[in-house]
Write a protein that binds this ligand. Sequence first.
Ligand code: GLN
Length: 339
Amino acid sequence: MDVDVGDVAQAAYTGHLPEWSEVESLVEAAHRRFKSDADGTVADYIPVLAQADPELFAVCVAEVDGGVHTAGDIQVEFSIQSISKAFVCALVCQEYGHEVVRDRIGVNNTGLAFNSVIAIELNDGHPMNPMVNAGAIATTALMPGATPDEQWDNIVSGLSAFAGRPLTVDDTVYRSEADTNQRNRAIARLLESYGRIELDPLAVVDVYTRQCALRVTARDLAVMGATLADGGVNPVTGQRVVSAGVCRDTLAILAANGAYERSGEWLFEIGLPGKSGVAGGLVTVAPGKAGIGTFSPPLDAAGNSVRGQRATAYLSRVLGLNIFASHAHTLAAQRKDRA
Ligand code: GLN
């Protein structure tokens, strides 16, 4: 992963964001800095995504107190794609709890691509984690609801609560993917053959495909991320969506798996939990501080937005968000701390 952001010093993790006006100008700076970056390729395995405008670029930071900073094409909607996996995972964690998610879906990285079939075979049919397609399909199958329609309604209302506004499906994206998702159908059938899906696998894939086609903006992603950063309460609407424990579990899963086989590099460069989608969205969570949402369609080889990663790496450094970046206390400060 090349997230070279130039000569930018890493600010230490302090537990709070800089002042409002500083965040405001750094969000604009992140947009300006990477605006003309042309690296990466727009996804085309879902045919309609190939038509995306590679120039579009939006950056948004939503603070846990409800304040929102925006720059660029913030009004443009795109399909949420794999980012939906993070929030459906949170809803399923809320329903079933820590142990069931760990044992039935898993929390470990596959080291393989998001749509790997080999990963399932290598792991005795275990779906491995909720951020790869096998685990995400197994997670969607666990959504509460007696029928696929009821499960779908619960996904839409849950993800809308995270975003703080009603989300709707992009029918063109849904149809384009539904017509070409033989691989996801094969993954679901394979899980079925291992006894890992109790429902009709093709009905589950259909719900999963619809969840991936929900339309969002970079601002929605930032607010959804800020809800996970804020112990499960949407900081804009004030609505509790999931518990604080669910946020902790979901963020740990994201840290380990959010950028698929590049999750180690992602954590090494950015030091925060995050999740990417093939339409170019990216959500990153700074616990207790903010959610970052970016949108830029060109992707790296693992399917992660290139400019999104760079803008996020920059913001992580200048805003002091990297959770591993401590600074030494002076002796005097240590004595004061203990007094
Ligand atoms: N809907 C897409 C798929 O299942 C999501 C993949 C992604 O965003 N990485 O292939």
